[in-house]
Design a protein around this ligand. Structure first.
Ligand code: MRU
Length: 348
């Protein structure tokens, strides 16, 4: 795996790059195979990128936006129909608005007459800006946390899910480095196990001690007093602050409020959707129920059983204590505070 330069002392905590442009194809670290196999997939056209997004080869809201932007570059390089490419990429997954934001930006660039070289510059800018946002959010989020605190996170919001460093995991990386975070707990995140397979892998690589818990252990953990913060990412934040994130986030927010644990959402501006007024308007992805009927590829539920598999939920803004974006910290986010920072709705 490629090791990337970074600013000390965080350099030791920032060495994974899962989305890599290599000039004529997009290399993706296959997240379905982690943690035991580090396999890479090469995408050579927009449809292959869309397929990789759909199949969770690449996942996490910012990362799928970045991958999709490179998918548009591939289409331009090959002389493929850009409208078809944009439509295929947009349809890959419905919930994370970063995908739509990145494609809107690439379309605007193409509409302004950009060729493949200029589009590649735009895709690289999207990728670079995400990394810069993550580093800024990491510093701001970590500064909110009192020294010696324990935190619980959910899903994977790290380098694998972004350009690098991560959103919620970026705050954890920065907070661990500064000493503000002393204990990290990660929920396993059924059914796809992003917490168990991916977050634990990232934290182990970075030598940040972390403890895995079953998703169902979260309230018990909060009651124990071991964690003072729940820190999560987001896939889409509506104009009133309602936040879609990995399924299980909502119940963590409810439990956090009950136990006096502070709830922080960390996400770049590309995750904010001012065109959707509240969480009611967010399209929640339903995935194949068979993802729930087994574990690690092994069927565990009696044949003939049914399952319901929504993979995101919406946390009402009233349950969010702090929203950290690269534009600053918003406490108790709501329609007024978001409008002050993000302005009027744009269309996705
Ligand atoms: O289904 P996934 O793995 O793409 O879901 C990812 C999440 O829910 C993350 O918490 C979110 O995208 C933020 S990643 C910085």
């Amino acid at each position: 795996m490629k090791h990337v330069e970074s600013t000390p002392p965080l350099a030791a905590h920032d060495n994974i790059r899962a989305v890599q442009w290599v000039g004529d194809r997009l290399r993706l670290l296959d997240q379905r195979k982690l943690p035991f196999e580090e396999a890479w997939i090469d995408c050579r056209n927009a449809n292959e990128v869309a397929q990789s997004i759909r199949d969770l080869v690449v996942r996490g809201a910012p990362a799928i936006g970045i991958a999709a932007a490179w998918g548009v570059v591939l289409a331009a390089q090959r002389g493929d129909d850009l409208d078809d490419a944009l439509a295929a990429l947009r349809a890959a997954r419905p919930t994370a608005v970063n995908l739509m934001a990145a494609l809107d930006r690439m379309r605007a660039c193409a509409d302004a007459g950009a060729d493949a070289t200029v589009l590649a510059r735009e895709a690289q800018a999207i990728q670079d800006e995400d990394l810069a946002a993550n580093r800024a959010m990491g510093a701001m989020g970590a500064a909110l946390i009192s020294p010696g605190s324990g935190v619980l996170t959910h899903c994977n919001t790290g380098s694998l899910a972004t350009s690098g460093f991560g959103t919620a995991l970026g705050v954890i990386r920065a907070g661990y480095t500064s000493g503000n975070i002393a204990r990290v707990f990660a929920g396993e995140t059924r059914p796809w196990l992003q917490g168990a397979r991916l977050t634990m892998w990232e934290l182990q690589r970075d030598r940040i001690p972390a403890t895995l818990i079953a998703d169902s252990a979260a309230s018990h953990l909060m009651k124990s007093g071991e964690v003072q913060w729940v820190i999560v990412g987001a896939d889409r934040i509506a104009a009133n602050g309602d936040t879609a994130n990995k399924i299980g986030t909502y119940q963590l927010a409810i439990a956090a409020r009950h136990h006096g644990v502070t709830f922080m959402v960390v996400a770049p501006a590309t995750t904010v959707d001012m065109a959707t007024s509240s969480g009611e308007g967010i399209d929640i992805e339903l995935r194949d129920p068979t993802e729930l009927l087994g574990c690690a590829g092994q069927r565990v539920v009696a044949n003939g059983a049914q399952a319901w598999n929504p993979v995101f939920d919406v946390t009402p803004h009233e349950l969010i204590d702090v929203l950290v974006t690269e534009r600053g910290v918003i406490t108790q986010p709501d329609a007024t505070s978001l409008r002050a920072v993000f302005g009027k709705p744009g269309a996705h």
